[in-house]
Design a protein around this ligand. Structure first.
Ligand SMILES: [Zn+2]
Length: 442
């Protein structure tokens, strides 16, 4: 590959001879792409270089839109390898109490920032360019979303952020959570890289009063609510027992079903509930790795509707891996769905973020944001529209990601994140993680 300049010139970039691939509807075609001012301005098979234009020959490479992780928790980035709880959790609620709620209570400003920074670096190298994040740091709520934003911004990704409002820490913390959501979403209403939404933990930790306030906020700002829904039976049982109503009915009664709402998991929703969620155009996010790891059950993917996307729920944002694991888990389940379902819901995450940013993400077409990944993938068989899902699930992986462009700028070149000393960031993060783990056990 020949790249004429080491740093992007102002003005346009021409990507020549690329094999362009989009997952759903599947597209595979050879063409040239011209990018300018953060946007794809032309796609054609015969674009000629202009004077002074950066030209990159991508013969033999595949170009795809950067991936979207539709539900994650960057604050768990420093949890990898941390000591296990003294007693093993026996169920999902104990997993929350003994692991994740102890971690989020121990987060301080430094660890929030570094969690976001290292999570963003990893995401980028996996080819994920937009993160839909759900943040919690109960001892550092005001301005915590700015720390997450700063970590992501340092690398150049895009993010849809929210703070996890909950009653588990009392009235004062709940109100701070609501205020943090409102502050962030109003301050970033026109940001090109960030948008806010209203974050909420789950029905089982939210009173009617709190759900009412969340619904009000989402309605005022037309932002939707990002919330865990029926992740475990405990959430469904609690709703029936305390509120005498089904969980989707409860959320709907507070106006939480809307085209900008993001419901994570849906493992224990009925076919009827899932079709109601989809009819409202609420996004349902499938998180297969997390569901398996927490043993909460298998989400009935065959009942998930058109507004379904893929998330990692705190696992690293490797959407190749999430798709593969999701595919294999589906194949052995009682909820078998079509072969290309996982790549299709991964692609649908682009539509989700398009709703928030008001731009057509996920397409390699004139007018789309120039968020692109370049893959070095040399298969032993032909690659076409009809078999792209097979190549994606059984061949491609995140080590194929060689270059990444966001907003028309190269952020990763030859697998190196530009403008950052990755080794020193990881060294510093290791120290921050040690202190965090000590606070958790202190
Ligand atoms: Zn989650």
């Amino acid at each position: 590959m020949n790249k004429r300049v080491s740093k992007p010139l102002p003005g346009s970039i021409l990507l020549r001879n690329a094999c362009v691939a989009t997952l759903g509807p599947a597209v595979v075609e050879d063409c040239d792409i011209r990018v300018s001012d953060g946007e794809i301005i032309a796609v054609d098979s015969t674009l000629k270089p202009m004077r002074g234009e950066e030209t990159v020959d991508l013969s033999g490479y595949i170009v795809m839109p950067g991936f979207v992780n539709a539900h994650t928790h960057l604050y768990s980035s420093l949890s990898r390898g941390m000591p296990p709880p003294v007693t093993t959790p026996r169920n999902f609620v104990e997993i929350l109490r003994k692991i994740w709620w102890r971690l989020d209570e121990a987060l301080d400003e430094e660890s929030i920032y570094f969690s976001a920074l290292v999570g963003a670096i990893e995401s980028l190298k996996f080819g994920t360019t937009t993160l839909v994040d759900h943040h919690a740091s109960p001892n550092h709520i005001p301005n915590s979303l700015d720390l997450v934003k700063d970590g992501i911004s340092r690398i150049g990704l895009r993010g849809l952020l929210c703070y996890e409002t909950t009653d588990r820490g009392g009235r004062k913390r709940r109100d701070l959570g609501l205020e943090e959501n409102e502050r962030f979403l109003t301050e970033n209403a026109n940001n090109s890289h960030f948008r806010g939404t209203v974050g909420a933990h789950a029905s089982l930790t939210l009173s009617d009063d709190s759900l009412g306030k969340l619904g009000e906020l989402a309605n005022i700002y037309n932002s939707g609510v990002h919330i865990h829904v029926a992740e475990d039976q405990a959430d469904v049982r609690d709703c029936r027992k305390r509120h005498r109503v089904g969980i989707v009915d409860r959320l709907a009664s507070f106006g939480l079903l809307s085209r900008k709402s993001v419901f994570a998991h849906g493992v224990h929703l009925s076919q009827k509930e899932l079709s109601r969620v989809d009819r409202s155009k609420t996004w349902m996010v499938h998180n297969p790795r997390s569901n398996m790891n927490n043993q909460v059950g298998y989400a009935p993917l065959r009942w998930f509707g058109r507004h379904s996307a893929l998330g990692t729920d705190g696992f690293p944002s490797d959407m190749f891996e999430e798709s593969k694991i999701g595919y294999f888990r589906n194949v052995e389940s009682d909820s078998r769905t079509e072969f290309h379902r996982l790549p299709a819901i991964l692609q649908a995450g682009q539509q989700l973020i398009s709703e928030f940013f008001g731009r057509p993400f996920g397409k390699i077409a004139k007018g789309s944001p120039a968020d692109l990944i370049v893959l070095e993938y040399n298969p032993p068989t032909t690659i076409r529209r009809s078999n792209l899902a097979g190549h994606f699930l059984f061949g491609m992986n995140s080590t194929n990601v060689r270059h990444v462009m966001i907003d028309g700028k190269w952020i990763v070149w030859d697998k190196q994140v530009l403008g950052i000393d990755e080794r020193s960031v990881m060294e510093k993060a290791t120290k921050v993680a040690s202190k965090l783990w000590k606070r958790m056990n202190g």
